[in-house]
Design a protein around this ligand. Sequence first.
Ligand code: GDD
Length: 326
Amino acid sequence: MKCAFITGIEGQDGSYLAELLLGKGYEVHGTYRPSTNGAAINLKPLKSDSQIFKKTLFLYPADLDDADSMRAPMEQSAPDEVYHLASQSHVGQSFEKVEETCRITGMGTLRLLELTRKLSKQPHFFHASSSEIFGSPEQSPQTENAPVLPVTPYGCAKAFGTQLTRIYRETFGMFAVNGILFNHESPRRGENFVTRKICRAVAAIKAGRQTELALGDTSAQRDWGNARDYVRGMWLALQHGEPEDFVFATGKLHRVQDIVELAFKAVGLDWQQYVRQEKQFFRPADPRHVVGNAAKAKTLLGWQPEITFEQTIAEMVSVELKALGA
Ligand code: GDD
């Protein structure tokens, strides 16, 4: 039985990855932020399954800011694969919490690389890097070799972790891999990310519980994929014969406005009556032209996205409506 260690197991990606690995017969160990008490909703189905919880799935409170809290669960579980997903992952908040973001997202990755390097059995290591490391690139679409020129504190912290992952691979000989993940969504997305924020609001407006939706820049564009496709990519990256970095992306750009129109259309409402833009949701800097070229992942891993942008938004609206009983 293979053993995996996942930081940030309660998040969108962590919970889908845990399900994928458990389905493949792995034993899964994961850390969650002590402040959540392990109560996050994404793991509920797994935690309520008595065949799984504490049999093949083990959870630990641990803080990336505190290497000691990570050390014991890592040493005890002696993993074959480490998936480092935890971070302060909200780009907008990174402008207000610059130091915290760099500590958790940047230094946290260094701490984990160092802990992994010292394990007696060397696991394969996956770092969840981000398209934010590219900033607003001059050339599109971006491959693994695009210049690293972040324009946000979060992107800068991720760039630090990404370059260190490369250094640990090339200098210390670790099987360390960056998955350069472009935006990826699902009903498990955090509520303050734009796809979930819109889908939640649309359902609440439809149910008569909300009257308007305030957004930032609705002309902003992103390459939005589906989280389930991307966690499959993470696993494939660690099964590959050589440690290499991979871009995971759809290669298609959409606007925030496209999400608005799709989501309101799904519930038969006219978005123009409800949506307004508000200064507080605009960012001091926001990457442009960020769209990925995942040809390398396709060729070497046989990976490609299977779930479309339209299917993802439709599913997210539908789950929000059900949650409200609407
Ligand atoms: N969150 C948010 N809220 N974003 C808004 C809003 C709003 O009200 N209005 C417009 N936007 C725009 C943002 O300015 C950005 O251009 C875009 O919507 C997407 O914002 P987010 O959903 O917050 O995601 P992100 O692109 O900043 O970052 C996500 O993707 C990265 C790349 O995969 C995060 O998941 C990062 O952690 C990840 O690395």
